[in-house]
Design a protein around this ligand. Structure first.
Ligand code: NAG
Ligand code: NAG
Ligand code: NAG
Ligand code: NAG
Ligand code: NAG
Length: 473
């Protein structure tokens, strides 16, 4: 059967029936989508009644929130040019104190802290193998003041794109460029920025990739890890940073308080997440995590259930949530009852133990705040809270560290755990205090507030004030 032949019958049929077949396909797709959608709708219980309830819930929550006047936003402004200059100059002084020639950083959180460019803003498609490095060196002015002198190692063909980032510098940025076939580490080493220094010592942090560190080390540089005064620069918050952290964290607690006034029994955890997120969005904040857990679900500190649990009388509601504002994070937690749950609770709900634990966790938090003093250790803060919970007999149930610092990341160093005797607290550091007690298959309680270490006096709460009872979260 060689040579030219007629079209194969099947092919012929197929081409003649192309359009009717496509209609079949579309028809089945449409029916399939309908069936799938219907299943999902019924799974999520989006009956008209439940849908209406949720819309009312959201309107109530957003309206209650907006009715506060959103005064808390007033302490925040987007960091201006001077803020970035201040940060780099603080870094320059720290480099001198640590005896290091330069700090080197790739696009990421630290880069955005010093020059307002995040990793995805530079690496638009995927992490880029060609190094784009910011090099910050200390320079001494004739009057003795130390300021930062910044350069960028950048592929030649990307130099214009680097300039178009409009990074916050008062002058044109200074670049060291390389061609694709060069050894770019040698290019950096041979550049005039090092003057007479033969083997410049570079400090890097955890965001730089290992292959770049090895490339620098095998081409004339000495590379050391983040420590000392350089590490403290980002840990000690400036007044502008504290202003933003105060706004976003207070705004997050206020959103929980507003939403709480609109809660009803039968609502699911997922519905609360959606409404709380939209409530925060009404203030221009951008939620990025939201853990909502009812009753025994809250025994898992970071969630893990499917969010379908429905609120029942007697359940504690635990919410741990974070939003962004001008790139800064909130991270707060409240454990509470809805407005309608009677105080004191009727005995049939059997909540005596839960109420006692609620108070133990609050007392633990208060003890930790007393230990947040300049020159105290991170460990001492954790231990202060842990001792209270241990004395109440729940030591085993406080399963995680007490807290962490926060800023442009929700979790930053120093970390408040009972082994961290090396980290010394300084005024201007900002911490979460978030003790908790978790009894599996029973309940969970956590309170989380944000504190600033003060030069003298008690650490200051910057998230709108502590909870005082499950009815006053
Ligand atoms: C920092 O970046 C943001 C968004 O990319 C921009 O709106 C802001 O103006 C920049 N800040 C400065 C000081 O350039
Ligand atoms: C040193 O000189 C710089 C630049 O002229 C100036 O901004 C700074 O205020 C001076 N510092 C002192 C301590 O005089
Ligand atoms: C920054 O470093 C470059 C290169 O070494 C030098 O030309 C420039 O004068 C320095 N700027 C300051 C303000 O020290
Ligand atoms: C009440 O709760 C406690 C623990 O909190 C439990 O040991 C006890 O069995 C419960 N009582 C009833 C009647 O469920
Ligand atoms: C903390 O320690 C530093 C250095 O040892 C000291 O100068 C400072 O006075 C101390 N501050 C307090 C509040 O004890």
């Amino acid at each position: 059967m060689k040579g030219p032949s007629l079209p194969h019958p099947a092919t012929a049929t197929s081409s003649r029936n192309k359009y009717p077949r496509m209609f079949h396909l579309l028809f089945f797709l449409a029916v399939g989508t309908l069936v799938l959608t219907w299943n999902r709708l019924s799974l999520a219980d989006l009956s008209p009644d439940s849908f209406l309830k949720k819309s009312k819930f959201q309107k109530c929550s957003v309206d209650t929130y907006l009715a506060t006047g959103l005064e808390f936003l007033k302490t925040a402004e987007r960091p201006p040019l001077e803020e970035y200059i201040l940060r780099r100059n603080n870094l320059a002084k720290a480099l001198v104190a640590d005896g290091v020639d330069a700090f080197i950083v790739e696009p990421g959180y630290t880069f955005s802290y010093y020059a307002n460019v995040t990793q995805p803003e530079w690496e638009v498609w995927e992490p880029e193998e060609r190094p784009f490095l910011m090099v910050i060196r200390p320079a001494e002015l004739p009057n003795g003041t130390v300021i930062a002198n910044t350069s960028f190692l950048v592929p030649h063909f990307e130099e214009v794109r680097a300039r178009l980032l409009n990074m916050p510098f008062p002058e044109k940025i200074s670049t060291v460029t390389y061609e694709e076939h060069w050894n770019y580490y040698t290019t950096l080493w041979e550049s005039p920025i090092w003057g007479e220094t033969l083997s410049p010592t570079l400090m890097v942090d955890e965001e730089i990739r290992d292959f770049i560190v090895r490339g620098l080390e095998s081409n004339g540089f000495t590379v050391v890890g983040l420590s000392g005064e350089v590490e403290a620069v980002r840990q000690v918050k400036t007044d502008r940073e504290i202003g933003i952290l105060r706004a976003v964290n207070t705004g997050t607690v206020e959103a929980i308080r507003a939403m709480r006034k609109c809660l009803y029994y039968g609502v699911t955890e997922n519905e609360v997440v959606e409404v709380l997120d939209n409530t925060m969005r009404a203030a221009g904040m951008d939620p990025f995590f939201d853990i909502v857990e009812f009753g025994k679900q809250a025994a898992l500190p970071h969630g893990g259930h499917d969010g379908q649990a429905k609120l029942e009388p007697g359940d504690f509601i635990l919410i741990d949530v974070g939003s962004h504002l001008y790139g800064y994070s909130s991270d707060v937690c409240r454990t509470f009852y809805p407005l309608s749950f009677p105080n004191p609770p009727p005995p049939e709900y059997n909540v005596t133990e839960k109420l006692a634990v609620w108070q133990v966790v609050l007392d633990a938090q208060a003890a930790s705040v007393k230990a947040m003093v300049p020159n105290g250790t991170a460990a001492a803060v954790d231990i202060a809270a842990r001792s209270v919970i241990e004395a109440a007999g729940y030591g085993e149930a406080f399963t995680h560290r007490l807290g962490h610092s926060l800023g442009i990341k929700a979790h930053e160093s120093p970390y408040l755990n009972k082994g961290n005797f090396g980290a010394i607290l300084r005024p201007g550091m900002v911490f979460t205090s978030e003790p908790g007690v978790y009894v599996l298959n029973h309940f969970g309680v956590r309170h989380e507030d944000i504190l600033v270490i003060k030069e003298d006096g008690e650490a200051e709460n910057i998230c709108g004030g502590y909870a005082t009872s499950p009815w006053e979260p």
